[in-house]
Design a protein around this ligand. Structure first.
Ligand SMILES: [Zn+2]
Length: 119
């Protein structure tokens, strides 16, 4: 198992992938910041996996998301994929075509197919 991070376009296209080495952490990385900056006009969402849970953003996730929004000058959508499904922050993406790939890259097993939120 490992945490994986994707940068997504608004239509769900995976623009960039980062494979972590641990199931419980994906430390800040310079390549991720550089990719985000290079893709800053295309990126719509930053999603990552918690293959062992929790089904929530971590404190570190929250501070990273806030730093990204400040750096880019706009609010992105964020999501965590855990075995229980997706947790969103911001406007959910309409397309979930990237979810299976994220689960596979993380070597995690989804308990049920993720549902689109009702919001
Ligand atoms: Zn996280």
């Amino acid at each position: 198992l490992r945490e994986v991070c994707f940068l997504l376009a608004a239509d769900g296209t995976v623009l960039w992938r980062e494979l972590g080495e641990s199931p419980t952490a994906l430390p800040d990385s310079r390549p991720r910041w550089e990719a985000l900056w290079a893709l800053r006009f295309e990126v719509a969402a930053v999603v990552h996996s918690h293959p062992l849970g929790p089904h929530a953003f971590s404190d570190e996730d929250v501070s990273t998301m806030e730093a990204l929004d400040v750096a880019l000058g706009r609010s992105l959508t964020y999501a965590v994929l855990s075995p229980q499904g997706l947790v969103w922050r911001g406007l959910p993406l309409p397309a979930l075509n990237w979810v299976d790939e994220l689960a596979q890259a993380s070597q995690m097993h989804l308990r049920s197919p993720p549902q689109k939120p009702d919001t």
